[in-house]
Design a protein around this ligand. Structure first.
Ligand code: ARG
Length: 461
């Protein structure tokens, strides 16, 4: 039963129903829609529209419908209703008759859908926040498992300077912490209640919008009815947050795919998160990581899609806005799956620490130390940089590492280079000298891992 039949003389075409109906996807908001209706029925009773008895009958029926929705027992697939709002009203009307036909008094699907979708986003963001915290925890656990492991650090994908593996983990912890704080920021802005805004201009019934907002767990009501029914900033922000977080996961995936490659050979991934080839028996492919990287495409696309949909829409509600849901539902699902699989990948990985160490020693990653050593001898950095560069050329020509050149050889590039240079060029020394806040010094890194573990406990509480 359409909610708007009176003005029409004939029904919708099948094709119109295909383009117009949103029940196939907006049924995911069933629980939120029913909860909103329970609170609306109370507001109507307070406003004198429903009697105490009528409201009680409605609330009882809605509560058992909500329990069914929560248990996944509602059959949406065989329903011909237009959307979740019509579905709930039709189900209720079949049970209660005319009393159910009073429920929509003073309400529009425009303020209803805006409310439902905020509630849906809010509860999913709560669990996505926990998913992000689980990735942080998995990164910190991996850091602890391999606390002495050293990786070559890269810029331009060229070996640059060595870093502790735990330092690499902490870099992604910072990114995920920002994802968590973006979710928390969004939750504050999102938590305003549109219900009571009517179709666009407000409602004529004297409902208490503060009470409605509070009962649905919102901080306050939306302040302008036109904005309340036409605002989808919260969906855009959710899509942006999903995109940014997926971009972080994708970069992590790319690092790990490279570390896992035959060429680097820095780490092994568990059988549970890799797959084989149908043709090449030797293959073990990092599919989970590739999909974390690959799924960014659709998640970024969903953000772009809704931005374009919203651009240029006149106030207030337009049906275009129904297009906000499928992309957001998809992005939330994909983001959730990728955060969960990231945890599994991180828990499964083990480093080949020896191979990492050898790689970290290669590629003249200690050339900056030689320059800094000369700076300590009073040589201006720019000159020292030049001399160290010449030392690298010399070492390359002899097929050796810098630290394998003799003092005599090193003195051919600068006479001030002495025996004490070897201690400076040694791998651990290169790392531990970076003992300024945020650097890869061992003690700082270990302390940061423990500090983050402690913060995590507070964030989870
Ligand atoms: N299914 C619609 C949506 O998701 C509900 C709102 C319908 N409003 C209307 N004026 N037709 O946007």
């Amino acid at each position: 039963m359409a909610l708007w039949g009176g003005r029409f003389q004939s029904g919708s075409s099948d094709m119109f129903k295909q383009v117009n109906d949103s029940l196939p996807f907006d049924h995911v908001m069933a629980v939120e829609d029913i909860w909103g209706s329970i609170v609306w029925s109370r507001a109507l009773k307070d406003a004198g529209v429903l009697t105490v008895d009528e409201q009680q009958q409605l609330e009882n029926a809605l509560s058992s419908l909500k329990a069914k929705a929560e248990a996944g027992e509602l059959d949406f697939a065989s329903s011909f209703e237009e959307d979740i709002h019509s579905f709930v009203e039709a189900t209720l009307t079949a049970e209660l008759g005319d009393i159910a036909r009073k429920l929509h008094t003073g309400r529009s699907r425009n303020d209803q859908v805006a409310t439902d979708f905020r509630l849906w986003c809010r509860s999913h963001l709560d669990s996505l926040r926990v998913d992000c915290l689980s990735v942080i925890q998995a990164l910190l656990k991996a850091a602890k498992r391999h606390e002495n492991a050293i990786l070559p650090g890269y810029t331009h994908l060229q070996r640059a300077q060595p870093v502790y593996f735990a330092h690499w983990c902490l870099a992604y912890v910072e990114m995920l912490k920002r994802d968590v704080s973006r979710i928390e920021d969004l939750q504050k802005r999102l938590n305003q209640c549109p219900l009571g805004s009517g179709a666009l201009a407000g409602t004529t019934f004297p409902v208490d919008r503060y009470k409605i907002a509070a009962e649905l767990g919102f901080d306050s009501p939306c302040l302008n009815s036109l904005d309340a029914v036409s605002d989808r900033d919260f969906v855009l922000e959710l899509l942006f947050n999903a995109s940014t977080s997926m971009m972080h996961l994708s970069r992590m995936a790319e690092d790990l795919i490279f570390y896992n490659s035959g060429e680097a050979g820095f780490l092994h991934l568990g059988d549970s998160v890799t797959s084989g080839s149908s043709l090449m028996p030797q293959k073990k492919n990092p599919d989970a990581l590739e999909l974390m990287r690959g799924k960014c495409g659709r998640v970024f696309g969903n953000l772009q899609g809704l931005l374009v949909t919203m651009k240029g829409l006149p106030l207030a509600y337009n049906k275009d806005m129904q297009e906000d849901k499928e992309g957001a539902i998809d992005s939330v699902n994909q983001w959730h799956i990728c955060l969960c699989i990231a945890v599994e990948v991180l828990n499964s990985l083990s480093l080949n620490e020896e191979r990492c160490r050898i790689a970290a020693q290669q590629g003249y990653a200690n050339a900056t130390e030689l320059a800094d050593y000369l700076v300590a001898k009073g040589i201006p950095f720019r000159t020292a940089h030049d001399i160290a560069g010449q030392a690298v050329v010399l070492a390359i020509s002899k097929g050796k590492a810098l630290e394998h050149l003799s003092v005599e050889e090193l003195q051919t590039v600068h006479a001030d280079i002495q025996d004490d240079v070897y201690a400076v060029l040694e791998l651990e020394a290169v790392l531990n000298k970076r003992n300024v806040l945020g650097g890869t010094n061992k003690e700082l890194v270990t302390r940061a891992v423990y500090a983050e573990l402690e913060k995590l406990d507070q964030l989870k509480a």
